[in-house]
Design a protein around this ligand. Structure first.
Ligand code: NG6
Ligand code: CA
Length: 515
């Protein structure tokens, strides 16, 4: 039965084999993956934003290929990153929902990751920025004053400089190669997601200490005048300054590239922009006219520009593949009163697409995605091929001519030619998940949303989730904004989509069922 399912599901996948053919070994570009947080399809000027301009991403898009139907694998961070780094749909695993700041490491060290791919190919590998996939052995049992083991270094990254979770979750410190940066041993860090520490103020009890008020949640420990999710104590000298995060990350990313310039490198630069709390550096504050959220979009674009400049300065711009994308769709009010709603004006963070972060509708996962590689990707391309970040391992393995271990990237497929703009072939099918772990299947231009629990609308964030007790069917080719549920008019397509989705959910694509 399992074998049958495996065969059936693989057949359904129709997206090519993950066994890669040997590529020219001389094609070993540096790869810099710049991964934004909560930046939506419509947030960038390469996708039509006009209130805010993002010229650096625009330059990359013009010089390479801009994907207009590219998806993160999920509509929130942790499962998206999990899928991107492992090539496995996160909904196959428990414990891959939005992680607390004291989550244990979610991807176990024996798993094959995107970083392992590059490491095996002889690359130097670095991770800088938002991690959000847990650190240390077990939830809540880390000692933040010692080296955190296992860590990012156990997943194929030679170097890491990470925010453990998100900007709005404690601990608000950077962790470099497993150790908290600038920690004073006389002022140890304590973290809890269960209880506050005696005598420590919170946003809930001490709003007078806040410089930005929460709109929902975010009322626990106060760091830099901003209350967060979770409680922490101590580590004063190690606390990050929110307005300097982007600068620090750029600095670490550029240093990594400088140090590794004589050998091929893979850099995963995961920005905090434009996640909450949105605290842009003074050089961007007030510059967008849209408040901190717009300013953070400018800061993100500046980050991209700094990386481009550094590559040029190091003489590496000819031989570097730059990828820019985002972990999930946009949200305007994500829990702080930062004027994002009031100053939004006519800006459409999700473009023409319905929903947003947390949603199964298109804006939840249809994210900006640009590939730029001078002399290898023809410039000026726009691709509407259906593609997903979950395929980066298999596709980049093909690029590097690396073969993959048997259990690697169980849900990924090699779409290298599509990513390089040589064709516009859609992924055979794609399963996406939202914040409630409900699923949708996209296939042949149709989108089926499986019935599931949870609110249809999250009023705090103003987003439709796609959750419904009834099956939904949309014709994405005719109706990309998902205005018309045509489930009742197309029972045969609905049935086929339902069967396909269940087959994919049941199949393991090469992973044994025990795992
Ligand atoms: C939610 C947070 C939101 C954000 C999100 C994770 C509240 C009320 N909301 O639970 O602010 O942190 O988690 O975002 O706490 S993500 O982009 O990292 O997935
Ligand atoms: Ca995110």
């Amino acid at each position: 039965m399992i074998a049958d399912r495996y065969f059936f599901s693989s057949f359904l996948l129709m997206c090519g084999s993950v066994c890669v053919s040997a590529a020219d070994k001389s094609s070993t570009p540096n790869v810099v993956l710049i991964y934004a947080d909560d930046i939506g399809f419509g947030d960038l000027s390469c996708n039509g934003a006009s209130t805010v301009r993002t010229p650096n991403v625009e330059r990359l898009a013009r010089g390479g290929i801009n994907f207009t139907n590219a998806h993160s694998a999920a509509a929130t961070s942790t499962p998206s990153r999990y899928a991107m780094l492992t090539g496995e749909y996160a909904w196959r695993r428990n414990g891959t929902g939005i992680a607390d700041g004291d989550a244990g490491m979610i991807i176990r060290p024996d798993r094959f990751t995107l970083a392992d791919l590059f490491k095996n190919a002889g690359y130097a590998t670095g991770m800088v920025g938002k991690w959000h996939l847990g650190l240390g052995e077990k939830n809540g049992e880390q000692n933040w004053n010692e080296k955190l083991v296992p860590g990012i270094g156990d997943l194929g990254f030679d170097y890491s400089f990470a925010m453990a979770a998100t900007g709005d979750r404690v601990p608000c410190v950077f962790v470099e190669n497993g150790n908290v940066v600038n920690l004073d041993p006389a002022d140890p860090i304590e973290v809890s997601y269960q209880h506050n520490f005696p005598g420590e103020p919170t946003g809930r009890d001490n709003p007078e200490l806040l410089r930005m008020l929460p709109s929902h949640g975010h009322d626990m420990s106060i760091v830099n005048g901003i209350s967060r999710i979770g409680y922490m104590k101590g580590g004063k000298s190690a606390l990050w300054k929110d307005e300097e995060i982007a600068l620090t990350l750029v600095d670490k990313a550029v240093s990594f590239m400088e140090e590794q310039k004589d050998r091929p490198f893979f850099l995963y630069l995961a920005t905090q922009d434009a996640h909450v709390p949105r605290v842009p550096n003074e050089r961007f504050a007030g510059k967008s006219g849209m408040g901190p959220r717009g300013d953070c979009l400018l800061e993100f674009d500046w980050t991209v520009g700094e990386i481009m400049k550094a590559l040029e300065r190091l003489g590496l711009d000819e031989n570097t593949l730059i990828i820019v994308s985002s972990d999930n769709g946009p949200v305007v009010d994500d829990g702080y009163q930062d004027q994002a709603v009031e100053l939004l004006g006519g800006h459409k963070p999700g473009g023409i697409y319905r929903g947003g972060k947390y949603s199964l509708y298109e804006a939840g996962t249809r994210v900006p995605c640009v590939w730029n590689w001078k002399n290898h990707i023809a410039p000026g391309q726009v691709s509407d091929a259906l593609v997903c970040q979950i395929d980066w391992i298999a596709s980049l393995a093909a690029l590097l001519g690396e073969s993959l271990p048997e259990k690697a990237t169980p849900d990924g497929c090699n779409q290298l030619d599509t990513w390089l703009g040589k064709n516009r072939t859609d992924r055979g099918n794609l399963v996406l998940q939202n914040g409630a772990n409900n699923l949708t299947l996209i296939k042949d231009g149709w989108k089926y949303i499986r019935p599931g629990g949870g609110a249809a609308y999250i009023k705090e964030v103003g987003i439709e989730t796609g959750n419904s007790k009834n099956p939904q069917l949309y014709n994405l080719r005719k109706d990309p904004s998902e205005q018309y549920d045509v489930a009742s008019g197309h029972p045969e397509i609905l049935k086929e989509m339902q069967e396909s989705l269940e087959a994919i959910v049941d199949g393991r694509f090469g992973l044994s069922m025990e795992e």
